[in-house]
Design a protein around this ligand. Structure first.
Ligand code: SF4
Length: 383
């Protein structure tokens, strides 16, 4: 069975979707955000639909290039480009944290160049969240304060009565269930008789980040059931790959790997495994907002956390064993220093496992596919 034409996965092919339309038709709000360290559970408890900003389908950065030099990440420029073209006009709120310097710049650019355009008649509240680049006790206290302030700002901006502990606990339950379902699907992907492709797994993640999670959970439960009842896909002539690095939000890239002979058995990506690990455990008498903050801060990190590289390396090593990986593909979008540093270190450190590793640079939208495909094919043949 192929999931390719599944209604839920189709949500990954566009930015705006029918679920958002339906949600907003009831007078409810959507909050777009960059990126991993925004407390989604808090937004959910505020009755917002958290939408993770992506640039799926955009093939150029012409408008984005007016405001950002080409020595910046082409993913971020492509998201700005889409916003300037109007694709994000549906947002009712906007949040940015300093994940990386490129995406952090979106706070000013959306404010100055997107939300002030004549066609946007509503006021879009904007929120900025600062977080430390290292994981320390003091850093946690700082982040905790930022998130507490964000809660108050959300209540004021959206005229909410208090975002209560009950609402936060409900959101935690919904998000824990969501991660458990994603892990369930992941198990069926890393299996030696897998039930879905890496491209399908990516689409599930992107769709999941574009809707309310209570709706997503119903859809994921349906997909889990479908996959359980389906036959394994044929990967007999494919090499099992672990895909690592910069954000991937279009299946053209993963399909290029698959058409070259790879089975993407697992990944370490934003729209991937990084997103499904570590549940929230609220301790007795603990403020649920603190529990949300704790998970976000101490979770399996993005490379923006400078002193946590070894934990990420350990995850890769475990995943290589768990998913029976035959080769590791490290990729980064040009000018992405965070993944550039991590990938360079991984390429040396993984030598001890004697596993083939390919480390490539690319643009967000790959126009020169032939050259890339040749390199990938050569790598897969070498395995
Ligand atoms: S790919 Fe790199 S530079 Fe681009 S948004 Fe992600 S972390 Fe930032």
């Amino acid at each position: 069975m192929s999931l390719q034409s599944d209604q839920f996965l189709n949500l990954a092919t566009s930015i705006y979707n029918d679920h958002i339309k339906d949600w907003q038709s009831k007078g409810k709000k959507v909050a777009g955000f960059y990126c991993t360290y925004i407390p989604e559970e808090l937004l959910h408890a505020a009755n917002l639909l958290p939408f993770r900003i992506r640039a799926t389908g955009n093939q150029d950065t012409d408008l984005g290039d007016i405001y950002m030099v080409r020595f910046t990440c082409s993913f971020v420029r492509a998201t700005l480009d889409l916003a300037l073209k109007g694709s994000y006009d549906f947002l009712d709120g906007f949040l940015v944290c300093n994940s990386c310097d490129h995406s952090r710049r979106m706070f000013e650019l959306f404010s100055l160049k997107v939300f002030n355009q004549e066609r946007i008649t509503k006021k879009v509240p904007e929120f900025y969240l600062a977080l430390p680049h290292t994981i320390t006790k003091e850093g946690f206290e700082w982040y905790k304060q930022e998130i507490q302030e964000l809660k108050t700002e959300l209540e004021e901006a959206f005229n909410l009565q208090e975002i209560s502990s009950e609402k936060l606990e409900d959101a935690i339950e919904v998000y824990n269930k969501n991660r458990a379902l994603l892990r369930n699907i992941h198990e069926m992907r890393i299996s030696n008789s897998p039930k879905l492709t890496g491209s399908e797994a990516l689409q599930i993640q992107m769709a999941n980040s574009s809707v309310r999670k209570d709706f997503a959970n119903q859809e994921l439960e349906r997909i889990v059931q479908l996959l359980k009842e389906s036959e394994p896909i044929d990967t007999s002539n494919k090499k099992r790959i672990l895909l690592v690095g910069s954000v991937v939000d279009n299946i053209e890239f993963t399909q290029l790997l698959e058409n070259s002979g790879a089975y993407i058995a697992s990944d370490f990506l934003c729209f991937g495994t990084r997103n499904m690990m570590d549940d929230i455990k609220v301790k007795p008498n603990e403020d649920p907002l603190d529990a949300i903050t704790e998970r976000l801060y101490y979770r399996l990190s993005c490379p923006r956390m400078m002193d946590d590289h070894n934990r990420r390396l350990d995850f890769l090593k475990d995943e290589i064993k768990r998913a029976n990986i035959e080769g590791v593909l490290l990729q980064r979008i040009n000018n992405c220093d965070l993944h550039g540093c991590d990938n360079m270190l991984f390429s040396h450190e993984l030598k001890e496992l004697e596993i083939p590793v390919l480390n490539i640079d690319r643009e967000f939208y790959q126009s020169d596919t032939t050259r890339l495909q040749t390199r990938i094919e050569a790598f897969l043949e070498m395995i």
